[in-house]
Design a protein around this ligand. Sequence first.
Ligand SMILES: Cc1ncc(COP(=O)(O)O)c(C=O)c1O
Length: 452
Amino acid sequence: MSDALTAASIATPAGTAPFPAAVRGEGVYLWDAAGRRYLDGSSGAVVTSLGHGNARVLRAMREQAERVCFAYARYWENRPDQELANRLAAHCGFGLDAAFFVSGGSEAIETCIKFARQLAVARGQTGRWKVISRLPSYHGNTLGALSLTGDPLLASIFAPLLAKMPKISAPLTYRLPVGHTVESWAAQAAAELGECIEREGPDSVLAFIMEPVGGTSTGALVAVDSYYRQIRETCDRYGILLILDEVMSGMGRTGRFVAAQHWPDCRPDILALGKGMGAGYTPLAAMLTSSALVAEVRRMGGFAHGHTYVANPLSCAVGCAVIDELLERELLANCRTQGDYLRAQLLELKERNPLVGDVRGRGLQLAVEIVGDQAACAPLPAAVGAMERLKNLCAERGLALLHRSTAGGQFGEWFMVCPPLIVTPSQLDELVDAFAGALAAFRDELAREGLL
Ligand SMILES: Cc1ncc(COP(=O)(O)O)c(C=O)c1O
């Protein structure tokens, strides 16, 4: 009997070569079944911040598992849940002293928008339901989160199942609309929020959601500082909630505990965390908000939301150990230092190889945009299959890198260069050497094919 199909094959086109099987992980490296070593250059999908096999996390896991693995959150409180909420309140700031733990980023986003909606109902603002988001953006793959995700290709498949939510332009910094500078485009993109609220009807708008540092959808987009202030001011002017999606950018990834701390005047009302919270050791994500907003929802009977694994003790114990490790090993500082070093190396690579169009991001949430023509900022023709080929050339050199082309490449295509926060300078040299080698080999291939 042949093997049953798994997610790896269900989610890839017919004829795709099977993925290598990961059989072991240690530090920033993974090994496949043939014994080949790969540097985990994107931390999986920007998840494994502590690398693999972290002793403290494994110990915390085992100790909690021996105490109790599961206690249903609608019957029991559990200590790791409380301790994790306390740690997050202390380190996130912004008065985010209420935490609702779930199993993944998409679930966290569902939780954020349902909480926002129930808050509006509690306030008697029952006409408010629209959540404005940006195009492009990524907020997850469940139906509610996908309604917010700004990806026309994904939306075209699932449109009949989705709520139609308004979108505004993302403040992209590369391949700008004609006549704009980075600053003028950011100002216009921020102004679109007010225009959109007016167009939709201010009393129908519940919230605005954005990734403060972009993830895969924009390739680590960072807007100019004034953008963040303008967004918060607009939310205040219309009394709408600001939701920051920090599923990727939170938990130290950008060199601050949460990326919002780079822009203190862009206070979130609600914030989503995921990925680096469980750091790949357990499925774990969160909605954070303030106890003042929770009090309003509790007055109408409490948050009408939850899943079986809410506030799971085993996952929360892992979350606590991840935070302790981040702080005690000063990994936020390492993230800033190594992020600067990596960015400088990637910028140097851009000088050497014209396939690199742009390098952007913050801390160790960096992306490298691949183009066919640096001057025109133009992607390679889709038929070239550049990203898949480059991914394979990287893999041949022992480097695992994640790539993404939002909406079939409509907004460009990039690699997420986001190694674990424990990475050392020599491991970064290894990463950049492998990446540079893959890019050079790809240029040779393109030249042989008459495409350069
Ligand atoms: C910014 C952002 N939000 C939400 C999600 C969804 O998280 P998950 O895949 O854990 O459901 C992701 C995942 O990549 C993300 O990057």
